[in-house]
Design a binder for this molecule. Sequence first.
Ligand code: ATP
Ligand code: MG
Length: 256
Amino acid sequence: MPSIIDVRHVYKAFGGLKVINDCSIQVEKGSITGLIGPNGAGKSTLFNIIAGALPLDSGQVLLDGEDITNRPANELFHKGLLRTFQIAHEFSQMTALENLMMVPPKQAGESLFSAWLKPGLVNQQETAVRQKALEVIDFIGLHHVRNELAGNLSGGQKKLLELGRTMMTDARVVLLDEIAAGVNRTLLGDLVENIERLNREMGYTFLVIEHDMEMIARLCDPVIVLAQGSVMVEGTIEEIQNNPQVIEAYFGSTAA
Ligand SMILES: Nc1ncnc2c1ncn2[C@@H]1O[C@H](COP(=O)(O)OP(=O)(O)OP(=O)(O)O)[C@@H](O)[C@H]1O
Ligand SMILES: [Mg+2]
């Protein structure tokens, strides 16, 4: 299977601190790949680099074979590479439904132009966007709170909304940064199910950062372990959990 994401020998330092250090990872098309590692390992930094939110110092990132190194986030978004944030960033004064409708359409410039030229067309587009948002909100199980202000949703519902935002455009690869953190067990079940459905039914590839090992075990194959900015080991969850190096990295020498 070809890689949809191919990170090649990436380096990134903040000041003198080397955070990403000769890191190479491949994400297979159609997979749900896990990315785990201790706090400060560089997981979110790597996401920022892949998604165009942070320039790398050296190395290369490919999307489906195309060099996307240091391309801006909005360009990557339009290529179908999307990410969620470790901290959910909803528009709190808008409803859940409106939050979904805020996701920029594929040709933002073009629709602005047609807004000015052909107002009727824009109404049509807005209706289409609303229709899509309603479908998405059904899919993620938030229909009953669609008209609530997003700021009033629970932590778990905000995470579902984050996932929903990725469905408003034709995503190919979605990077999930600790989407389960702070989510209660019931909503977590919904979240996991939705991720599986998006993978199965809509062909999404996922790269998932998560500290919740149960969730990683249920969703992800393979799992990549990042430590101090580079890949320590990659394998199935069983291989990872039985790897002495991984046990050492997580629990220190006493557990090894
Ligand atoms: N903008 C920044 N400026 C300086 N240092 C940074 C910056 N962003 C991250 N770091 C540092 O880089 C290292 C890796 O951070 P990162 O957030 O990527 O880790 P992480 O693996 O996502 O950790 P966690 O599991 O806690 O979310 C940390 O030491 C962090 O303090
Ligand atoms: Mg992080």
